[in-house]
Write a protein that binds this ligand. Structure first.
Ligand code: TRP
Length: 324
């Protein structure tokens, strides 16, 4: 029997090449080894975007299309949308009864976000309970592992605490899931800051060939390397940072050529643009197969399959508690 894993993404915008390198490549691999649940966490998006919900649905379609074109296979895995399966909300409510407030107030992600997101009112019941909803997502499918980035580990720890508390009260039912930490490479945006939608410095999976070429041409390089044959400082170069993630085999060689003044930035950039386009071309091609109707169909099938598992858990949980 394959072990179960679950992971999710909030539908807050289309995906960039950093998501591909850091998350999706890994998910695609995991599909062979595990029974995988990949979820659009749209209820999670509501916890911070409740004032501005108009883009959630469109973002859901975009992200699912991104997943599928990168190789997530709905025949192998469960691909679904959180709000389509009301059992997430039901288990969340049940867990909320037994989760002490102290656990939530002391969660590092809660404290950080409250400080950082000054334009939104996040002093809400739902936002405080964000990790309880995440615990419900994970435990609803009796997941053993949760592939996440480091920032999410407090939520997985909280999931284990909730599982333990439930088991203490009602009988040993939930396995305590473990995080599957993925070595996410740090992805620089074209301006040298972290790649992020809010900095407008992303290379998106949907960018056309010419767009990629333009963006690579804008990448920040060593300002002291003016002529092609000047020796450069690759430490200060976004192009090299990309080679290290997307062209690892050649990165070292490129680095020494740059230091020795044997490689001009324009040539280096043309080379990188080609490498990125070679990665993205099959993804762009595959994406053409997925229009809105096709995605809706896939999400509907995913819902049917996942809900079977979810319903079973809810019945067993209610039974243990004594509600039925
Ligand atoms: N909290 C995750 C994030 O912000 C998204 C998420 C929701 C998730 N439910 C999950 C991740 C369950 C892993 C497992 O990225």
């Amino acid at each position: 029997m394959k072990k179960t894993i679950l992971s999710g993404m909030r539908p807050t915008g289309k995906l960039h090449i950093g998501h591909y390198a850091g998350v999706l490549k890994n998910w695609v691999k995991l599909q062979d080894e595990y029974k995988c649940f990949f979820m659009i966490a749209d209820l999670h998006a509501l916890t911070t975007e409740y004032e501005n919900t108009k883009t959630i649905k469109q973002n859901t379609y975009e992200i699912v299309a991104d997943w599928l074109s990168c190789g997530i296979n709905p025949e192998k895995s469960f691909v679904f949308c959180q709000s389509d399966i009301p059992e997430h909300s039901e288990l969340h409510l049940i867990f909320s009864m037994l989760t002490p407030l102290g656990w939530l107030y002391s969660c590092p992600t809660y404290k950080e976000q409250l400080k950082e997101q000054t334009t939104k009112n996040l002093k809400t019941y739902g936002f405080l309970g964000y990790p309880v909803l995440q615990a419900a997502d994970i435990l609803l499918y009796r997941s053993s592992f949760v592939p996440v980035g480091k920032d999410q580990t407090p939520h997985i720890e909280l999931t284990r605490q909730i599982a333990r508390r439930f088991n203490n009260f009602y009988g040993n039912y939930f396995e305590e899931p473990k995080e599957l930490l993925t070595e996410t490479p740090y992805i620089t945006g074209i301006d040298g800051r972290k790649m992020s939608k809010s900095y407008n410095n992303c290379i998106y999976l949907t960018d056309e060939k010419e767009e990629i070429e333009q963006k690579v041409m804008q990448m920040f390089t060593d300002p002291n390397k003016i002529h092609k044959n000047d020796p450069g400082d690759p430490e200060n170069c976004v192009v090299l940072a990309f080679h290290k993630v997307f062209n690892l085999n050649e990165a070292e060689n490129i680095e020494s050529l740059c230091r020795e003044g044997k490689l001009g930035c324009v040539e280096d950039k043309k080379n990188l643009a080609k490498i990125l386009n070679d990665i993205l071309e099959p993804i762009r091609e595959k994406r053409k197969k997925y229009n809105k109707e096709k995605i809706e169909e896939i999400l509907f099938e995913g819902k049917q399959k996942a809900q079977k598992v979810a319903k079973q858990t809810i019945i067993e949980v209610k039974n243990l508690i004594g509600l039925i």
